[in-house]
Design a binder for this molecule. Structure first.
Ligand SMILES: O=c1nc[nH]c2c1ncn2[C@H]1C[C@H](O)[C@@H](COP(=O)(O)OP(=O)(O)OP(=O)(O)O)O1
Length: 207
């Protein structure tokens, strides 16, 4: 059974469109390392979740990157939402630029313990073999292969509109409509998460 690892029910709702019945949510709060990019955060999370669950794990790390704020809040989007809140982050963005161009990014990291993605790079392989041979749990985790998928959607930050979706959806406008004004299907058709899930589902079905 594939476990979609997140504490966020909004993400699960969107993922169901791509993963149907073969997925169930694992409400597990994996360690989020600090990094400017989402990829290493998601990869580390997927390894930890797989070790925890003992089942194939798919981690979804996402964030809002505002151009005029040099990518802030980016990997810290959840923290900024909890502290400042979606509306104040929106104000910061619009104070910095008008229009306040931004993008949502999503990285999916899949780990099932199999070496499906054995690196062709012998140095990398040797590193993995060495890491797998140690007793150190964190080093062993680094040896687990992870497959990454990502999606991006461009838009602009506006005054909040709409009551659908979650997180920053009310302030993120794409083609004249905020994500909170769209149905889940409409959002999936253009969103960062939809793009990443589409790629994952295609790979997963044919792996
Ligand atoms: O489609 C989206 N529509 C609106 N907001 C979004 C979206 N995608 C990510 N976001 C925001 C929500 C949160 O403030 C942060 C994700 O943070 P992120 O750490 O990936 O997720 P999270 O803490 O909500 O749940 P979890 O880590 O358990 O999956 O970016």
């Amino acid at each position: 059974m594939l476990r979609y690892v997140t504490t966020n029910a909004g993400k699960v709702r969107e993922a169901r469109d791509y993963l149907d019945s073969e997925v169930s949510q694992l409400d597990f709060d994996y360690t989020e390392i600090q990094a400017p990019d989402l990829e290493p955060i998601a990869a580390r999370g997927a390894r930890e979740a797989y070790r925890h669950a003992g089942e194939p794990a798919l981690v979804d790390d996402a964030g809002l990157f505002v151009d005029a704020l040099d990518g802030f809040p980016g990997p810290y989007s959840a923290y900024a939402e909890e502290t400042l809140g979606m509306e104040r982050v929106g104000h910061l963005a619009r104070d910095a630029a008008d229009p306040a161009r931004a993008e949502f990014r999503c990285v999916l990291a899949y780990c099932d313990g199999d070496a499906f993605d054995a690196s062709p790079d012998p140095v990398d392989r040797a590193d993995r073999a060495a890491a797998a041979a140690t007793d150190d749990r964190e080093e062993q985790d680094d040896a687990l292969p992870v497959k990454l998928f990502s999606g991006v959607v461009r838009g602009r930050i506006v005054e909040p509109r709409g009551d659908g979706g979650f997180g920053y959806d009310p302030v993120f406008e794409h083609d004249g409509t905020t994500f909170a004004e769209m149905s889940a299907a409409e959002k999936n058709a253009v969103s960062h998460r939809g793009r990443a899930l589409e790629q994952f589902a295609e790979w997963y079905a044919t792996r």
